[in-house]
Ligand binder design. Structure first.
Ligand SMILES: CC(C)(COP(=O)(O)OP(=O)(O)OC[C@H]1O[C@@H](n2cnc3c(N)ncnc32)[C@H](O)[C@@H]1OP(=O)(O)O)[C@@H](O)C(=O)NCCC(=O)NCCS
Length: 155
């Protein structure tokens, strides 16, 4: 179980930065160690494609998380947000999300959408806590018997 609250000093030195090429291997490493497998090309696409946006959370020289989203037709689609296991529950996910929502608002997005597994109670709680509401349930979205929960927040 992750620690309930992190050392405040560490969080004070948190910075959120645009994902750059030099960051990709570090972010992919964090993803893999937290059981998230994305094709390498997606990381590069998220840097090189105009409607894709990616930000990394850093503490000092280290990487602790990232967010990736797209904006299309005034809608922000959150593809993923991940915080390294040992840094969770200290507000880093909220900081990444806040950065993304701010960028999307500046780009004139009117709402944010995402889909999370109905089994991912932590993610569902996280998004509810950050102002998202359940929009609808997508049956067998991830696999047979694993529904997706579509969540929405107006910007
Ligand atoms: C979802 C995730 C990004 C949250 O990151 P985080 O840095 O821990 O988030 P924050 O500290 O800003 O927010 C914590 C909130 O998330 C929810 N949460 C976090 N851990 C939880 C747990 N073990 N049980 C229930 N709710 C939990 C709660 O609402 C919590 O608020 P609280 O501490 O006041 O109860 C992180 O858990 C993660 O990387 N999960 C794996 C990847 C994933 O599922 N991403 C979401 C789908 S795209």
């Amino acid at each position: 179980m992750p620690k309930r609250k992190m050392n405040n000093k560490k969080i004070q030195s948190l910075s959120i930065q645009v994902l750059q090429l030099k960051d990709v291997s570090f972010i992919q490493h964090i993803d893999l160690t937290n059981n998230l497998k994305w094709p390498l090309c997606y990381y590069f696409k998220s840097i090189t494609t105009p409607c894709f946006y990616s930000y990394v959370a850093r503490i000092g020289d280290g990487y602790v998380g990232s967010i990736m989203f797209r904006i299309s037709m005034s809608v922000m689609y959150i593809d993923r947000i991940l915080v390294d296991q040992s840094y969770r529950r200290a507000g880093i996910g909220a900081r990444l999300l806040e950065e993304g929502l701010g960028v999307a608002k500046k780009e004139n997005a009117e709402k944010a959408l995402l889909t999370a597994s109905i089994n991912n109670i932590i993610a569902l709680n996280f998004y509810l806590k950050n102002g998202f509401k359940v929009d609808n349930i997508r049956s067998d979205y991830y696999s047979k018997n694993e529904d997706g929960v579509r969540m929405k927040r107006l910007l």
